[in-house]
Structures are given as C-alpha cells and as structure tokens.
Design a protein around this ligand. Structure first.
Ligand code: ARG
Length: 464
C-alpha cells in the first residue's frame, strides 16, 4: 500500500509516495517529539545568526521567529498536531512553520541539515537531563546525609558475604552511599562538560559555503564552543553514551541500596521501617507491607544498562558520517534518563521517610560474634601476640561461645583463660559493640568521630 504522493519536504526527485511499511519504519515522530522544544530553540538561534550574517533578511527572520513562537505555544498547549507522514520533529516543525508564515519558512533550512539539527537537538536534550540528574543526585545525597547525621552512632552489624562481620554505625553505612553518589555526581558533571559543544553549522556533514557564525550559535545555546570537525559533529553520539554509562553506574548504586532496604525491612531483619507512602499491601495477605518502590528501583538498572548496550551496539561499525541507524539512538536514551530520574526521586522520598530502628540495629550488631576481631586486636595490642596467633586463639574462643550458646561478652573469664592464660578481665572492654565501633578511628573508619568528619566534608562540598 502506498501513502499519498511523494514527500513534500524532500520528494523532489521522487514520483511515488512511500509504502506504508516504509513510513512505519522510517518515522521517528512517535518519539523524537520529545525534542520539540530543543528543536525550536535551535531554529530560533540559527535564524537569528543567519540574519546577523546577512544570509536572511530582517523581515524573513521576524516572520520565522514569530511563527516559531506560535508553534512553541501550540506545543505547550498540547495543540500541535504531529504528522507521521512528516517523519520527524524537524520536518513537523518546519511544515507547520510553512502553514503559518508561508515562503520565508523555506529559508530557515539554509546552511543547515537535519543531520546537524538532530545532533544539536539531541545534545540539548541530553544536556538538560545531565542537569536534572545532577540535581536529583544532589538531593538524594542530602537526604542520606540527614540519615547519617541522625544515626551517626547507632551501631549495626557490618556485613561481608551477608554474614555479620564487624559492628559499624548507621551513619557510616549511609555515608558509603554518599561516596558512591558523589562519584556519580562527578561522572555526570564530567560528561556534561565534555559534551558541551555545538553541532549546528556542520550542516549535512561537510560544513557549508554560507558565511555562518558558529561561535555565535554555540554561545546562544549555552555551549562552550562549536564542534571542531563537521564530520564528527554529525556522527558523534558519545555524549549520549557517556550519559548512559554514568546513568548505569548510578542505577547500579541505587539497585544495591534498594536491595539493602528490601532485606532490612523484612520481618527477619527489622532494621528499618518503610513509610506507608513508599510501600504497598498485598491483595491476598492482609499482614503484608511490601517494599515495591525499592524493588522497582532495584530493577531499573535492567533498562538503563540495556539502553547503554543498545546504543553502543547501534553505533559500532557505523562508517562516517550520518546513517539512518542513528535514528535508533534516542528512544532508549529517553527511557533511561527518565527511569533514572524517577528512581532517584523515589529513592529520595523513600529514604527521607525511612525510619531506622536503633534498638534492632543494636541487638543485631552484637550477635554473630561481631567483636571477634576486637579480641584478636586486643591480644596483639595488649599481649604482643602476632596477629595470626591471636586470630587462631580468637577462633577457639568463638567456637567455645558457639558450643555454650553464648555471645562473646557472656563468656566466663576462666573458660577463656583455659584457652589462653594471658587473657584478663580487661578483655571485656573490647567486647561491647560501642567500644568496638568507637575504637575504629583510622581515616574513613566507622568510629563516630570519623563519620562526623566525613559528614562535615560532604556538607561543605555540596554547598558549592
Ligand atoms: N529523524 C532523523 C534522526 O533521528 C533525523 C535526521 C535525518 N537525516 C537524514 N539524513 N535522513 O536521525
């Protein structure tokens, strides 16, 4: 089946219209309409530059600007009619401009191609989402800092292999995520800085014979400079890959925190209580309160990382410069960016509401022989034992506790002395989780004095 006549935007050399299937596979308007505002911003700046360079008359430029303004209003009011025959956002806007102002609309595309236009629109869209991500990550970091401050000395078990390892503090645990998100923030800022060059003016691929001013366009759109190679400008999508890469790592961090919340909020752990606002019930089991938000955030890495792999796969092996393959660059980037922002916002809300339960944390902190390392350290420090020997003796003490069904601080001194005559009553001082935690004052350690210093450092840093 064929659709109408040859294409009114590029159909000069065509006699027949496109097959419906051609239209279906070719059109991007279903998704690239998300870049409508970026497309108009690019056109406004391009037209202004063309007039400043004497390529467009003032009269034509005014007509174009007023038409573009009206289109923007139509878009914002939801009144703009997207047409699939017009393929993409660029031709939809231009066709509407023609309806509105007639002949001058056709002059807007002077010294421009859809190749540099789409690269520019997409860059602007990705840049906006770098900025939104930077804000969203910062907001989550602030929330985690609040959590850390509140529970800077609440002891809890620290885990390796999800087995109780050594006592740590809630504040320390929260601050671990602040560090991760701090790196995400720096990756986002770094990617944004690297991408901030303007593709407009590269035209189809080779530049243009018109006396354009690329510096001017770049500056007007908030870019640091024009892209220096026109071939690269129209065919580069690194900026989106950088974003997806940073987004994937950030989503991975969110996924890990989500997993902990799922575990911590279970009836078996009861380390934290989720608010009603960020949990759901079960339609069959009335007692249930499910951590759905955490589970969904835990899963979002799938689509975000998927987008990263998808775009890398689209781009690999593409000869310079533009190929239509590159139209497949957008949908997943849009989805990944929106998924990341939603995850960050939901995580921020959930963590702001989340109540840690200090008594339960404390009770768990002391179980599982979590202060065994402190015994070994005590034997080294107080008795001059080699750490390996101390480790061995402590292992025997743990086995004893296990046999007697006791925690370490409940052991009888005589039983311990039977295993190691050097041991005296002072050992009890290191068996409490509070002392264990307070003793780990090495830089970056779990002692509240260290954690407070890290909180202060990040609070200062986030003020910038
Ligand atoms: N819709 C196209 C895209 O998203 C715009 C660029 C089209 N360029 C071309 N030479 N056909 O990539």
């Amino acid at each position: 089946m064929q659709s109408q006549k040859s294409n009114k935007m590029w159909g000069g050399r065509f006699e027949d219209g496109s097959d419906m299937l051609m239209q279906a596979i070719n059109a991007s308007i279903g998704f690239d309409q998300k870049m409508a505002e970026q497309d108009i911003a690019g056109s406004q700046v391009h037209a202004e530059m063309l007039r400043a360079q004497g390529i467009l008359t003032a009269q034509d430029e005014e007509a174009i600007q007023s038409g573009l303004r009206q289109i923007l209003e139509e878009l914002r009011a939801g009144k703009f009619e997207f047409q699939v025959e017009l393929e993409d956002i660029h031709m939809n806007v231009e066709a509407r401009l023609k309806d509105l102002i007639g002949e001058p609309a056709g002059r807007l595309h002077t010294a421009r191609s859809r190749n540099d236009q789409v690269a520019n629109d997409f860059r602007l869209w990705v840049r906006d989402h770098y900025d939104l991500s930077i804000d969203a990550i910062t907001a989550l970091m602030r929330t985690l800092l609040d959590q850390a401050k509140q529970g800077v000395d609440w002891v809890m078990p620290g885990f390796t292999h999800l087995q109780t390892a050594q006592p740590v503090t809630w504040g320390h645990h929260m601050m671990a995520y602040v560090e991760m998100l701090g790196r995400d923030l720096s990756r986002m800022k770094d990617g944004r800085e690297r991408m901030n060059e303007c593709a407009l003016g590269a035209a189809a691929l080779a530049g243009t014979s018109f006396p354009i001013d690329r510096e001017r366009t770049a500056k007007a759109l908030g870019f640091d400079a024009p892209c220096a190679n026109s071939l690269d400008a129209v065919s580069d999508r690194d900026f989106a890959l950088d974003f997806l890469n940073a987004a994937s790592i950030c989503a991975m961090h969110l996924s890990r925190l989500s997993e902990e919340i799922v575990i911590w909020s279970s009836a078996q752990f009861r380390f934290v209580k989720l608010s009603d606002r960020f949990s759901t019930g079960s339609s069959i089991m009335p007692q249930k309160k499910n951590p759905d938000a955490a589970e969904l955030i835990r899963a979002k890495i799938g689509r975000i990382m998927g987008a990263n792999v998808a775009l890398m796969t689209v781009m690999k092996g593409l000869a310079l410069t533009y190929s239509k393959d590159m139209q497949e660059d957008k949908e997943q980037v849009f989805d990944a960016a929106e998924s990341l922002l939603l995850s960050l916002a939901a995580m921020t809300g959930m963590m702001a509401d989340l109540k840690a339960l200090p008594e339960n944390l404390q009770a768990a902190a002391g179980s599982g022989f979590s202060t065994a390392t402190d015994i070994a350290d005590w034997l080294v420090r107080e008795k001059g034992m080699a750490f390996r020997d101390a480790h061995h003796v402590t292992g025997a003490i743990v086995a004893l506790a296990e046999r007697q069904g006791k925690e370490l601080h409940q052991l009888d001194i005589k039983d311990m002395q039977a295993l190691c005559p050097d041991i005296n009553d002072n050992i009890y001082s290191v068996l409490s989780v509070e002392n264990s935690v307070a003793s780990r004052t090495s830089y970056g350690g779990t002692a509240p004095v260290q954690v407070r210093a890290q909180i202060a450092r990040w609070e200062e840093k986030l003020k910038e």
